[in-house]
Structure formats: structure tokens, C-alpha cells
Design a protein around this ligand. Sequence first.
Ligand code: FAD
Ligand code: NAD
Length: 475
Amino acid sequence: MSTEYDVIVIGGGPAGYPCAIRAGQNKLKVACIDEWQNRDGSYAFGGTCLNAGCIPSKALLESSELFHRAQHEFASHGIGTGAVQIDVAAMQARKGKIVKQSTMGILALFKSAGVTGLQGHGKLIAGNKVEFTAKDGAKQVLSAKHVVLASGSAPMQLKSVPFDGDQVVDSWGALEFGAVPRKVGVIGAGVIGLELGSVWRRLGADVIVLEALENFLPMADGAVAKEALRHFQKQGLDVRLGAKVTGCEKSKDGVLLQFTDAKGAQSVVVEKVVVAIGRRPYTTELLGEGTGVELDERGFVKVDHECRTGAANVWAVGDVVRGPMLAHKGKEEGVVVADLIAGKIGEVNYNLVPSVIYTAPEIAWVGQTEEQVKASGQAYKVGTFPFMASGRARAMEAAAGFCKVIASKDDDQILGVHVIGPMAGELIGEAVLAMEYSASTEDLQRTMHAHPTLSEALHEAALNADKLAIDIPNR
Ligand code: FAD
Ligand code: NAD
């Protein structure tokens, strides 16, 4: 094994592995070190996202959505099924297969880009060297002209309800239940709480979601958050806002969760507790003495706008640095850093990081919310279009929600796009591209959209911003 590289990437998640691949494409000699271990002890590249995050959660969201639709929607299509059943073991096996295909795929990608994949622990030590501890415990010092830290994040623990891996679990544990629990208590109505709460609710569990804040989805546009809460409650998610969890008592019958909200002290007995109160940067045993890399007060590696740390030729990308903890944000940073190292041009547009919540209806947005635009004092206009007026959405039996476009009144530039409805995560791609090119609502208005497609809703929302929508009365 070679000990000298142009670039060593520590972490093989969605920030680290694309960085290594792009470095390879840039003809640099690169190694990517990753220590992810699955429950069975096997090592796998792909980090949280592929092994225990984005991919397995979407696999279960798809299975549970199909189960729900078979139970509640097929009849309206004239499809009779008899009693619909869920085989949780088969569902989990399918999920496992998809995860394995994805993580094995990285090895093939590494091979084609000439990346050396090293499984084990990486630690940056003084002099921009990396101490690599292989799976068998053997240590070796590697050197590189550039080191990229991409060590990711880990779930935050709630002191009063500590993880035990069985009754009280993190998101990874909640992706692995072997049977549908009778009742699930989810702590945190963030992205994970809503996605995983939806999975188990659709499969038949009672789900109570305890959220400390009074506001539901405060990062989303207010109108979208309001619409989302209405749908989730209709689906049977028992969302309690302003709920502060104070403690828990465990017995073989379940977990008694204690909390206080506007009604005072309360408690609920659940079979499983999922703690989803956010994630923290993961830097355990990442930095030796005297590396010159600094952490901020919340434990993130300090970087500038180009992901440079305070130490020369040491970079950091993904969840371990500031910004939203999203796979695509990390990927973009990783690729840009690999290009900058190679002397090419690269820049991350942090104003246009799309957010997607993969519930039903799906929620997606890019740019500013109406509340943010209002607070900025800028004159603006809003166009909306309900999916109820979309023939395609009605044909899909998925007509809940709407598209919303916010634009500057002065020059018509699009400032934000918000979608709650079918395939919102796919629809937002058009908005991101439009905004990347500083599009106006007129640009969207004059762009032909195929009929009948869901994308017409975005077109019509842009038209509605100037009271020119065709398929709804303009207000
Ligand atoms: P990670 O994916 O955490 O990867 C870091 C890797 O580095 C890990 O393999 C770790 O073992 C390894 N490592 C750490 N330290 C060392 C070391 N010293 N030596 C060697 N290896 C090390 N984001 C989305 O954009 N869309 C989604 O739909 C989505 N769904 C999610 C669902 C869940 C349940 C969760 C938990 C997260 C989800 N996320 C989603 C967030 C997404 O997973 C993260 O933003 C993303 O994984 C961050 O990528 P990363 O490469 O920075 O870190
Ligand atoms: P989050 O920050 O999205 O939500 C955490 C929620 O928990 C917040 O609403 C917060 O107010 C609440 N909370 C915090 N402390 C609490 C307490 N003591 N009691 C009750 N509620 C409390 O975090 P998450 O849902 O854990 O997700 C972690 C990260 O993973 C996020 O940054 C997210 O971007 C990422 N992720 C993204 C996706 C996606 O893109 N679809 C999916 C899953 C996760």
C-alpha cells in the first residue's frame, strides 16, 4: 500500500466519497479512509446517508406508502385486494438489498476513478500527516499534500431519555424495527421525526410526536408548515407542540414518557421511543495535537466559505462543518474542494440549497420563505397554484397541497419556491435551476411545460404571481 498521496479524504459518506472521486477524475493520487461499520461488523463506504439515513429511510417510506395506498386508495381505482398485509421482515430485507447495492456501488466508482479506498480509522496529525489504523489494528502514517476532513455527524442524545438500543433508539434503530410497534413516541418534529414517524404510522403504529418548540416546522414557509400539520394530523400523527420531555421510566411493558406542555405535566406509555432532536458534528479521535484545525463552540470544524480550515492544505466538508446537514450540500462541497485543490474554479451557492421532506404530501423548498422576504422589507409578490387544479395530480389521487412562488416586485426575480404536494422533491429541481440562473417569474411563465404533468403547477404558480394563471381564477 502506498503511503504518499496528493489527497487523503477522511470519511467516505456523501461529502467524502464524491470529493475522492472528483480528485481522482482530476488525476490526483487519492485515498479515502472510512470506518463505518454495520451491525454485523462489516465495513461499508457511504456513511450515514447510504447505510443508515437517506437511502434506507426512503426505501421504508416507499414500502409504507404503498401499503397505505393499497389499504386506502386502491378501492377507489376499482382494485380489490382483500386484506392487505405487511411482512416487515421482507420489507427490511428489500431495504437491506438497496443499501448494499448503493454501498457496493461506491467501490466500483472508486475503481473507475482510481481512488484507493482504505477501511479503518483516520486521524489528522501534526505536519498534515494522517495516522491510519486498519481493520486489524495495524497503524501506519500516511502523508498527503492535501487532507479533507469529512467525518460527518452523529445523533444527539437526550439526557433524560438516553438511548438503550432497544426501547429508546436513534434514527438508525428506528429504521430497523423487526415488527410494527403498537405505539411509538417520537421526540422531535424535525425532518427525521416526521419521516420515520410517517413510516411506522402508515404501517399501523400509533405515533405521538413531542416537539419542544411552539412552532411547527419553523424553517419552512409558514403556509406550507400549516398545510403540512393539517395533513399529518389527518393521517393520525399525534403532534404535540411546546412539549418538553422531562424523563422516562422503563418497564417490560413499555416506556412511560413524561413531558409538560400548555396543559401541564403529562405522560404517555409507548413501546418504542425514537429520539430525533438533531445531530452533532462527529470529530471523535479525528484531530491529533498541533494540527492547527479549530472547532467552533458547537463542535463544528471551523472553515471559510471555500471549506478551508485554519491549517494550510487542510479542508473540511459535509455535516462536520457549518450549514444544513444535507447529503447534497456535502456532495457539492466535496466536489468543489477537489476542484479547488486541482487549481480549478469552484463555488458552492449556499443560498440555493434545496430542502426536501419525504413525507406524504412531500415538502420541498429553495430560497427564502415568505416570512424571510417580508422581514427583509423587500417589496414582493406571491403566486400559488393548488394541486387540486392539476389534472395529473387528480389522476394520481394526490391532489393535496400547492406550489408557491415568491418574487421581487421590483425586478421580478424569483426569491423562493415552496412546494407541498406530490413529487415536490423532484419539482423543486426546476426551481433550483431557474434560481441558479437568476430567473424571473416571466422566464418560468414563458417556458413551455408538458401537459399533463405536475410541473405545470409550478408554471401556473409563476403565472399567478402576475394574475395570469390559466387554470385557476387569479386572486
Ligand atoms: P456521514 O454521512 O456521516 O459520513 C461520514 C463518514 O465518515 C462515516 O462513514 C463515518 O463512519 C466516517 N468517519 C468519521 N470519522 C472518521 C475517522 N476519523 N476515520 C475514518 N472514517 C471516519 N440528507 C439528505 O440530503 N436527504 C435525505 O433524505 C436525508 N435523509 C436522512 C435520513 C436519516 C435517518 C438521517 C440520519 C440523515 C439523513 N440525511 C439526509 C442527512 C445525511 O445523511 C447527511 O447530511 C449526510 O450523510 C452527511 O454526509 P457526510 O459525508 O458529511 O457525513
Ligand atoms: P432537526 O433539526 O430537523 O429536528 C429536530 C427537532 O427536534 C426540532 O424541531 C427541534 O425543535 C426538536 N427538539 C430539539 N430538542 C428537543 C427536545 N428536547 N424535546 C423535543 N423536541 C426537541 O433534526 P433531525 O430531525 O434529528 O435531523 C437531523 C439532521 O438530518 C437534520 O439536519 C436534517 O437536515 C437531516 N435529515 C435530512 C433529511 C432530508 O433531507 N429529508 C431527512 C432526515 C434527516
